[in-house]
Each structure stands twice: as C-alpha cells, then as structure tokens.
Design a protein around this ligand. Structure first.
Ligand SMILES: C[C@@]1(CC(=O)O)C2=NC(=C\c3[nH]c(c(CCC(=O)O)c3CC(=O)O)Cc3[nH]c(c(CC(=O)O)c3CCC(=O)O)/C=C3\N/C(=C\2)[C@@H](CCC(=O)O)[C@]3(C)CC(=O)O)/[C@H]1CCC(=O)O
Ligand SMILES: NC(=O)c1ccc[n+]([C@@H]2O[C@H](COP(=O)([O-])OP(=O)(O)OC[C@H]3O[C@@H](n4cnc5c(N)ncnc54)[C@H](O)[C@@H]3O)[C@@H](O)[C@H]2O)c1
Length: 231
C-alpha cells in the first residue's frame, strides 16, 4: 500500500493556524500566505523576522501560549513549537476535529507531510520521499531547479491561455488533445527558451489557426494570473 495520497490543496481564503513563532514557524507562515491563506499564528515569542512580513497580508499574530480554541473554524494547522508534548496535543486536538494537521518533523503526528517544491509560475514540481529522506528531497529539488528554467513559466501561461480559448469555443477534449500534443512535441518550449517569436507564431498558426497570436495569448495568460482569490 502507498503511504501517502498526493494532492494539491486550494487554501485561498481558508483560515489556517500556525503554532509556534520560531524560524520554522516563520517559514510555514510565509508558505501559507504565499498561497492566499488567512493565517493566525500563536506563540509567546516571535522570531524578529515576523516584523518583515508585508503588513497588508492577512496575518494575525497572537502573543500567548496555544489553546485548543485556537483551532475553532480552522481548515488546517501546522505545529512548529520546540515543545514535543505540545506538538502532540495540537495533533490530537486537530485529529478529533478533522482538521488537516502537519507537525514539523513529526510524521506520525501529521495527517499530511510537506514536499520539497520547485515553482515556475503555474508549474510546481513536488518531491516527497514519504519521509524516508528529507535531505534527498531537498537535493532533488535543487537538481530540478537547475533543469527547469523560467521558460516554463511563460510556456504554461501560453498553454493555459490556448486551452482557455479553445474551451471557450468548444468543450471537446478529444479534439483538443492532439493539438496540445503537437505544440509540446514540436518544440514550443525550446522556441520560448530561445525567444524565437517568429517560430512560435508559425507553429501556433499551423496547429491552431491564424487567430492564435503569441503576444495576445500571453497577455490573457498574465491577466488570468493576476485575478484575485476565487473563494
Ligand atoms: C521537504 C521539506 C519541506 C518542509 O519542511 O517544508 C521537509 N523537510 C525538509 C528539510 C529537512 N528536514 C530535516 C532535514 C535534515 C536532514 C534529514 O534528516 O534528512 C532536512 C534537510 C535540511 O534541512 O537540509 C529533518 C527531518 N525532517 C523530518 C524528520 C523526522 C523524521 O524523519 O522522522 C527529520 C529529522 C529530525 C531529527 O533528526 O530529529 C520529517 C519530515 N520532513 C519533511 C519535509 C516531511 C517528509 C518529506 C519527504 O517526504 O521527503 C516530514 C516527514 C514531515 C514534515 O515536516 O512535513 C524540507 C526540505 C525543503 C527544501 O529545501 O526544499
Ligand atoms: N524542518 C526543519 O528544517 C526543522 C529545522 C529545525 C527544527 N525543526 C523542528 O521544528 C521545531 C521548531 O523549530 P524552530 O527552530 O522554529 O524552534 P524555536 O525554538 O526557534 O521556536 C520554537 C517556538 O515555539 C514557541 N512555543 C513554545 N511553547 C509554545 C506554546 N505553548 N504555544 C505556542 N508556541 C510555543 C516558542 O515561543 C518559539 O517561538 C523544532 O523543535 C524541530 O522539531 C524543523
């Protein structure tokens, strides 16, 4: 049996709790805010870098010890204190309430564990070793970072905009599939990497038709990225 079921969770506008205020908690808070969560962090003391977090982000800092009621209305909790018994308590409290829970470095107290992640715009590559070797997950993440450059950000912006345009015209996944495959197989990524706009437009016109233009599609792709939270 597989130990973990891999998923991507949409936490935009979801209330999340981080317990602890050290360097590890700071990393977890930043990661949650980056993904649009509404974050509460509770701890008697806070790492000084918490002051550096953009004031306009939805972060509430509570300066006291954890209490069970901190979990009220929460979707997800991350425990990152230096008190092992307290971390266990957070995990047990979350379990009873069916709240998703990660305790930093304590896999058997987690209902989900965190992968090492490479992000290139909408592309994310998550690496987990099912807890067997976090050091190796990090190593692999660094290798992937070298392999996957910024061209993937543009590439996915473009593919997303093309898909949106095709879907707006017709919901026909079977007809669309070979079009996407042609773009992928005929070197679109390399063309983006080489910034060869002429070659890109030639390929787009050949595969999709004359009303598919690189600059116009990219503009829609950027607008989609800038759109705010959905919930
Ligand atoms: C990926 C990453 C994400 C993140 O933390 O955000 C992450 N750990 C990272 C780094 C890292 N962690 C540790 C080291 C020291 C070297 C080593 O031990 O290997 C390093 C490397 C370093 O720091 O250089 C120590 C460690 N970690 C865990 C234990 C306990 C145990 O294994 O029982 C111990 C031993 C504590 C002790 O010795 O007492 C447990 C977990 N750590 C996980 C995630 C989950 C499984 C991930 C997977 O499936 O691979 C899991 C199960 C639970 C969780 O925390 O979610 C992040 C890399 C991010 C990046 O750089 O991209
Ligand atoms: N994954 C990693 O890279 C990594 C690295 C180091 C440590 N860790 C794990 O994460 C834990 C935290 O690491 P750290 O370096 O941030 O530790 P730290 O000692 O800097 O911070 C611990 C925080 O817990 C808070 N805390 C203590 N009791 C509390 C309570 N009752 N309620 C709320 N908050 C409370 C403290 O105020 C402090 O802010 C470590 O104990 C270790 O298990 C993970």
């Amino acid at each position: 049996m597989e130990k973990y079921y891999p998923v991507y969770i949409d936490i935009q506008n979801r209330k999340c709790l981080v317990v602890g205020g050290g360097a590890v908690a700071l990393r977890k808070v930043s990661g949650l805010l980056d993904c649009g969560a509404i974050v509460t962090v509770v701890s008697p003391e806070f790492h000084s870098d918490f002051q550096q977090i953009d004031q306009s982000l939805p972060l509430r800092m509570i300066r006291r010890s954890y209490q069970t009621s901190d979990l009220d209305d929460k979707f997800l909790v991350i425990g990152a204190t230096n008190d092992a018994a307290l971390n266990r308590q957070v995990s047990a409290d979350a379990h009873i309430r069916n709240i998703l829970c990660n305790i930093a470095d304590v896999p058997d107290a987690c209902s989900f564990i965190l992968p090492a992640v490479v992000r290139r715009g909408d592309l994310s590559i998550a690496v987990s070793t099912s807890g067997k070797s976090p050091a190796f997950a990090k190593h692999l993440r660094k290798q992937l970072e070298k392999q996957f450059g910024e061209e993937y950000t543009t590439f996915l912006g473009l593919m997303g905009a093309i898909r949106e345009k095709l879907l707006a015209a017709e919901h026909a996944p079977e007809a669309h599939k070979p079009l996407f495959e042609k773009l992928i197989d005929n070197g679109l990524l390399d063309m983006i990497h080489n910034r060869d706009k002429q070659a890109i437009n030639r390929l787009l016109h050949e595969v999709l038709g004359d009303d598919f233009d690189y600059d116009a599609l990219l503009e829609t792709g950027c607008r989609q990225q800038e759109q705010g939270p959905r919930r």
